[in-house]
Design a binder for this molecule. Structure first.
Ligand code: TXA
Ligand code: MG
Length: 320
């Protein structure tokens, strides 16, 4: 693309325009409850390939397909009883299930990057639902950022990375959850492939203890390398004196940004990616080499927050 990306408003007209672009094989960034996704018709091979090009995403890293409801997912993958009970409990919502791809799914090959499984999710956002129902297309959508960078939770964040590389962004304001979906595989028992916006304990209450992936590169390729990375170096679990902080709790006399003044994990999750962007900009503006981050508890959403922070802090040598 050599022109600017169109910003579409949250209106019937904006939804119609986004639908038309998707039907023609174009790329539209759309809001979900977790983060903005970069959507294309999952049945259209050229459109799906364009997602990888726009993001600079390695071709081995498969995409999540978004559908309007459980019936839409059943048309694409084979459910087991545990997967169905998770879908019934938590869809629409921040949960992705990785299940065997059906032979008759009709999904374009690059979506699965050669795997025999497909990741599916039913998003809980009125605009994402409107596009899924109006088009009506299964939508392949990774987070709408340049591969390896911080995920977008506002339309402006999408444009920061992808302006001119995609056709449109549908502006739905800030994403309420702020962290990507929790990904569960079945290999053969329920396995936590990525902590995310649905806390582990809620899932375990339904299906029992979740296994940890066996470290195979293929089970979740995007999980192995550094991701969510600002340009400034992050120092985690910090207690030293430092010029710039991402605080959890009151900032006090320190300079920086608090993820939640009241130490609320839900608020910190919603704020995290915006705060990483803003802290990065502050560090550059004031010439600081590091951003120090307060310790954050591992409970509930804290596990996913710490996961993202660890990847954001991974040394450059480990970054892909
Ligand atoms: O909340 C979310 O999940 C957002 C919104 C837009 O829905 N999407 C998102 O997509 O985070 P993405 O592409 O940034 O992350 C998807 C992750 C990748 O790490 C990918 O490797 C993994 O899902 N994945 C996709 N298909 C898979 C499969 N068949 N088996 C294992 N992992 C898979
Ligand atoms: Mg991503």
């Amino acid at each position: 693309m050599d022109c600017n990306t169109i910003r579409l408003s949250d209106s019937p007209r904006g939804i119609r325009a986004a639908t038309a672009i998707l039907r023609q094989g174009g790329l539209v960034a759309l809001p979900t409850e977790t983060v903005y996704g970069l959507a294309a018709d999952a049945r259209n091979e050229a459109a799906v390939s364009a997602i990888y090009r726009a993001k600079g995403r390695p071709a081995i890293n498969p995409l999540i397909v978004h559908v309007p409801d459980l019936a839409g997912a059943e048309a694409l993958v084979q459910f087991n009883d545990q997967a169905r009970s998770l879908a019934n409990a938590f869809w629409p919502g921040p949960l992705t299930l990785v299940l065997p791809l059906r032979d008759d799914a009709g999904i374009a090959a690059p979506v699965t990057a050669g795997l025999s499984t497909l990741a599916v999710r039913v998003p809980d956002h009125p605009l994402a639902q409107a596009l899924l129902q109006d088009s009506p297309l299964p939508l392949a959508a990774p987070s709408a950022n340049i591969s390896g960078k911080v995920s977008p939770t506002e339309a402006d964040h999408v444009l920061d990375g992808l302006n001119g590389r995609i056709d449109a962004v549908l502006d739905g304001g800030p994403c309420p959850v702020g962290l990507e979906s929790t990904i569960i595989g079945f290999d053969p028992g329920p396995t936590l492939l990525r902590p995310g916006g649905l806390p582990r304990d809620q899932i375990e209450a339904l299906v029992g203890p979740l296994a940890t992936p066996k470290g195979s590169a293929i089970s979740a390729p995007g999980q192995l390398s550094s991701h969510y990375a600002p340009e400034t170096r992050l120092i985690l679990n910090s207690e030293a004196d430092a010029p710039l902080w991402l605080a959890f709790g009151p900032l006090g006399k320190r300079k920086g940004i608090s993820l939640s003044e009241t130490s609320d994990l839900t608020e910190a999750a919603t704020t995290l990616f915006r705060a990483l962007r803003e802290a990065d900009a502050l560090a550059k503006a004031h010439g600081h080499a590091t951003i120090n981050v307060d310790p954050i508890p591992e409970t509930g959403l804290g596990a996913a927050i710490n996961d993202r922070l660890r990847r954001a802090a991974a040394p450059v040598a480990q970054k892909r």
